[in-house]
Design a protein around this ligand. Sequence first.
Ligand code: ATP
Ligand code: MG
Length: 565
Amino acid sequence: MTDNASSSGSHFIQAIIEADLKAHKNDGRVATRFPPEPNGYLHIGHAKSICLNFGMAETYHGTCNLRFDDTNPTKEDVEYVDAIMEDVHWLGFDWDTRLYYASDYFERLYEFAVELIRAGKAYVDDLSADEIRNHRGTLTEPGKDSPWRNRTIEENLDLFQRMRAGEFDDGTHVLRAKIDMAHPNLIMRDPTLYRIRKTRHHRTGDVWCIYPMYDFTHCLSDSLEGITHSLCTLEFENNRPLYDWVLDNVTAPCHPQQIEFARLNLNYTVLSKRKLIQLVAEGHVSGWDDPRMPTICGLRRRGFTPESIRNFCDRIGLAKRDSVVDMALLEYSIREDLNLRAPRVMGVLKPLKVVIENYPEDQTEELEAINNPEDPGAGVRQLPFSRELYIERDDFMENPPKKFFRLAPGREVRLRYAYFITCREAIKDPDSGEVVELRCTYDPATRGGDAPDGRKVKATLHWVSAPHAVDAEVRLYDRLFNKANPDEKAEGKTYKDFLNPKALEILTGCKLEPCLAGVGPGYFCQFERMGYFCVDAKDSKPGGLVFNRTVTLRDAWAKLQKKGA
Ligand code: ATP
Ligand code: MG
């Protein structure tokens, strides 16, 4: 039964499900759901919930529904609905025919509310939202009953029907559960079940002007769909008694079990839709799919693969206690995946011209290069070599410090798959003093990158033949925030004060290997020594290639932290 259980071993939710299966609870069925509210795009935290819900269904041969929890018409939009479906599919999960909307249950939910009223367990309250809050009491003090709490059933039925008919304005009436204003759990102090919102809904239009609250909707939607295990994040732990109360007090078809798990928190980013919406709306990023964003569409555009995200979710495991996961783990997951799959090519991001003085002007030769050392099946390709090349500007120093082993005047290095070259002279711009060209010589005996006399060099550089190079723009990304916990309270500051100004660096005039001339969206590769890259799906055009750096080859932040920077 658990043949394809997660690689990180069995977790507490699996233990619960397995015990239920053993006891033949729910007729041996496992039914889960992923219930996003369509008020924003999905982020990596949602991926954890998606992998869990769809994963449990897969592992135990059950089903997982996709249900839009669309009960708040003021914040929701079809744009989000479409994006959420695309993202779940992209992650590799499918709800088959099980696509549901809480708004499809509005009529049924209304009937359940009427059932509560008839049983004397719900009442219409005329207090304002502020008054209700003031009546609620505190953790140490009981709340106060509303003066409207003891209306007759007939009066409540009449008022609730008139709320639905649109007779009252927003905020003038609510329907509340009649539980206990002195309950130790504040959530149980006569929670609001319905409110008036004269707002058009993206699916039901103007049919409804009263909308059910989350706590009333969620448990009943679960029940109507025959969900067995309703998995949610820890902040709903206090809501569980209400989840159970509602189901126990109406004739619900079944009583799913709510189980809470710790949400994903990730450092150097924020995972709250409210904040992500702000970043988009205020233009701190270019959109929901900005590659700096922790959204699924942002990660996709950045070059993350669905496999890497699923592996990440598997690796972080599932706990009952909140913790913060290191961004380095997400980066590790994509590196690990791309290491196996990404073809290696050479791309010079900050080019410096090199002229090989002893190489014939009109000559070009083809040198063989390995496409992926991790994948022998990926084969080899031919690289053109000529008298004029580009190397990385950072690979040359005129006055190198002790530990700099790359190119410098008089020094010999290897050009990957090509020859040993020696720097003879650095040509400078007479005005700025900047090095603009290197004059070098090559040793024809070192073709392929080895010296027959056994002499060694200390560095191997990547390069691109100048006349053959393909031009591109390359966008280097880094972490969105430069503080591990941007949400941490800091005097007079908000998370937005910790946005990392270096999270995006745009390089133009980059020089790439000619084999990249025809690539388009969907293409990804490793630029040797520079990281993993992908073609930007939005801005790249034929003749105007744009690459995004997905991730560097090594964890540069770990090094910085060691240095104490
Ligand atoms: P946010 O806090 O970003 O606004 P939300 O909880 O309001 O998220 P929903 O659309 O209601 O967003 O979430 C859908 C499902 O995803 C819920 O079951 C929720 O518990 C889960 N979820 C949301 N954020 C995380 C997270 N960081 N880690 C794990 N699961 C999450
Ligand atoms: Mg929510």
